[in-house]
Design a protein around this ligand. Sequence first.
Ligand SMILES: [Zn+2]
Ligand SMILES: [Zn+2]
Ligand SMILES: [Zn+2]
Ligand SMILES: [Zn+2]
Length: 242
Amino acid sequence: FLTEHFTKYVDYNFTARLEDDLDAISRGEKQWVPLMKEFWGPFKALVVEKDESVQRKDVTHEAIEDKCPDCGGPLSIRLGRNGRFIGCDSYPDCKYTRNLDENGEIEEPEIIEDRKCPKCESALIIKRGRYGKFIGCTGYPDCRHIEPLEKPVDTKVLCPECSQANLLKRKSRNGKIFYSCANYPKCKYAIWNEPLAEICPDCNWPILSIKTTKRRGTEKVCPQKECKFSEPYEVDEPSSDD
Ligand SMILES: [Zn+2]
Ligand SMILES: [Zn+2]
Ligand SMILES: [Zn+2]
Ligand SMILES: [Zn+2]
């Protein structure tokens, strides 16, 4: 069907040329709108002429079940200069693409077994966006619930700055652990050391933190820079409830 009616538009070289043009646009050498007119103008006309019921996506792409993580639209497998890849059907409005896995297969989204979406009760899956992996709802785009892959852990220690939310254990982008207020971005309080719900005996700051150094071992210290309080910290037996 494809080769019979739309040779020019599914032609390998044509796809390659379109990609070259897109590269040129991203470098600012070519204008977007004229290119799209050049591409879609005659293409649309041809489709309408051949069969009005033919959908653009049926003609050019092999549809897959996954939804676009950027716009929620359907995705399909396309043929590019470097082989097959997954692209969004809303192209050119949405430019989402991702590669097929090493075997040229569609990567199945990983389902989070023990949890449901807190907003709509649908299954949660690990998605891959342009900034890396995250947890998303399978009800997308009706439900836009997303959360980071590393779920922040509640330390149960009240933020000493705003006293309105607890401090959460988080992982920074480069993997370093830190503790920040659950009220972020309203409250920007954050510390590197694990917080303790104990009032500093020297300055009355509402929390202390646990700091371990090679030289001094594990100590309770005051997170306030101007306060020099520190005291040796005896590590308790690990409690059974965490
Ligand atoms: Zn999209
Ligand atoms: Zn949901
Ligand atoms: Zn706070
Ligand atoms: Zn202090």
